[in-house]
Design a protein around this ligand. Structure first.
Ligand code: PDD
Length: 291
């Protein structure tokens, strides 16, 4: 397997992270995930734009242009022979010795870029059958709009869901639902799509943005507003969305069955419209048999 370090592609075994890298010491960095279908990027420009936006929000300078980064990621995918897969990339603030919380202003740190690409097939079965979720208090910081590599709050919630046999943890601050540990959440009530507004309390998912666009085209009314845990549990349909999960129905939350416990018609329509976007950008999707 080959990985990207800076602007060079090297064997996985040759890549290393300096122990005094601020990403390793402090979680001081940002990341992205780009999905690929049929060897072609899906919404890569949007992900790269969000990476630079996340970096700008923490005053981290990425030492490559967007064009160079795009080309490096494409080369990485090609060299690993990726057809349908994920590329994870991180940029940290770089190496600083001795360790110091304070970011030096007298000499600029060089941001450190790493990326790895893996073949990951689409989970067709899960898109149709859906998954279950738990609810969990959102104990993360108040800048969830930044796609930070500091993910302790996210991974502890996700792990709790995993331990309970659930796919995701739906997070809430008090009574207000925000998003999930690694995806956005939307509800359908009386034919309307309701999802938290893109403010500092959620990551404005690229998938979420595509879904809102296709919802409008499909004449599904969209309301971006706070909704409560009670509204979540009594929704007609619930789905989560992310680069890897696309539009995945949630059929049970804690002990509550959502709707009739099956993927609902609006969620199914949204996923079909989402797939049309993939096909338009990357070509036909090979459908596996759904169990
Ligand atoms: N997670 N919210 C959070 C907290 C996320 O981590 C993600 C994505 C999303 C959805 O964003 P997008 O649609 O742009 O993927 C929302 C990715 C998949 C991850 O960290 O693996």
């Amino acid at each position: 397997m080959k990985v990207l370090v800076g602007d060079k592609i090297v064997e996985r075994e040759e890549a290393f992270v300096d122990i005094e890298d601020r990403g390793y010491q402090f979680g001081d960095g940002v990341y992205e995930v780009v999905r690929m279908y049929n060897g072609k990027f899906f919404t890569a420009e949007e992900h790269i734009d969000r990476l630079y936006a996340s970096a700008a929000k923490i005053d981290l300078v990425i030492p490559y242009s967007k064009e160079v980064l795009y080309k490096s990621l494409l080369k990485l995918a090609e060299e690993n022979g990726i057809s349908t897969g994920n590329i994870y990339l991180q940029v940290t603030r770089g190496v600083q010795q001795p360790r110091n919380h304070i970011i030096p202003d007298e000499f600029p740190l060089e941001g450190v870029l790493t990326a790895a690409a893996r073949e990951v097939p689409r989970n067709e079965n899960q898109f149709v059958v859906g998954g279950t979720a738990i609810t969990e208090e959102d104990v993360r910081w108040l800048r969830c709009d930044i796609k930070s590599i500091s993910l302790l709050g996210n991974i502890l919630a996700k792990n709790k869901a995993h331990q309970k046999g659930a796919l995701e943890a739906i997070l809430h601050r008090g009574d207000m639902v925000t998003e999930c540990s690694a995806s956005n959440v939307s509800i359908i009530k009386d034919g309307k799509l309701i999802t938290h507004a893109a403010d500092n309390l959620i990551l404005n998912g690229i998938t979420r943005q595509v879904i809102l666009k296709v919802a409008e085209e499909g004449k599904i009314p969209v309301v971006e507003r706070d909704f409560t845990v009670d509204e979540l549990l009594t929704a007609d349909e619930v789905f989560i969305s992310s680069t890897t999960l696309e539009v995945t129905p949630i059929t049970k939350i804690n002990e509550t069955i959502i709707g009739d416990g099956k993927r609902g018609p609006v969620t199914a329509l949204l996923h079909r419209l989402f797939e049309e976007e993939i096909v338009a950008a990357c070509g036909p999707l090979v459908k596996e048999n759904i169990k």
